[in-house]
Design a protein around this ligand. Structure first.
Ligand SMILES: [Zn+2]
Ligand SMILES: [Zn+2]
Length: 178
């Protein structure tokens, strides 16, 4: 009996790994609606208390002020999403573990060099697209530091900065981050 159960679990794992994210979201929401324990667990994993979010030095200053005025802290939790996409590095991050050294990023855009066109004359990709950057990262150089997309570390270290709706282009690019 035990092996049969193990097989079932593996099949479920496999299905979760291969199902579309749209379907997975639907099923996850449905589980949260029908099972209070699952909903509670999901809230613990996906939400954070606003006062636990670490978004940069300016917010820390605000926290300090709040500490000086404890009357403001009434212990009421303000739930916020725990995970966000970073406007700098374009990766997903946990807002409760963000530090001044969490984010590695470039301060300016990258651009392709002439070799991208010369070495790949039949390249069907738009040379300034995310697809071209993924396919030929060695041909892209960052304007801020002259470093290469393929082999170099980003030049700047700092806090992850939550992406806002005003940056639709950046948001679109974030979907390519693995
Ligand atoms: Zn740079
Ligand atoms: Zn970042």
């Amino acid at each position: 009996m035990a092996p049969a159960r193990a097989e079932k679990v593996d099949l479920l794992d496999h299905t979760i790994d291969t199902i579309s994210t749209v379907k997975l979201r639907q099923i996850f929401k449905s589980i949260c609606k029908t099972c209070p324990e699952a909903k509670k667990h999901a809230e613990e994993l996906l939400l954070a208390d606003k006062k636990d979010a670490k978004t940069g030095p300016s917010i820390n200053e605000e926290e300090k002020e709040n500490k000086d005025a404890p009357a403001k802290d009434d212990g009421v939790k303000q739930p916020i999403p725990r995970f966000a996409f970073c406007a700098n590095c374009e990766k997903e991050f946990d807002v409760t573990t963000n530090t001044s050294t969490s984010c590695l990023y470039h301060t300016m855009e990258d651009e392709p060099d002439d070799c991208l066109y010369e070495d790949n004359p039949t390249n069907p990709l738009d040379p300034d697209s995310m697809e071209a950057r993924e396919e030929y990262p060695e041909f892209f150089w960052f304007k801020c530091c002259g470093r290469n997309r393929h082999e170099d570390e980003p030049c700047t270290v700092g806090w992850h900065k939550e992406m806002t709706e005003e940056k639709p282009y950046k948001r679109a690019r974030a979907s390519y981050v693995v």
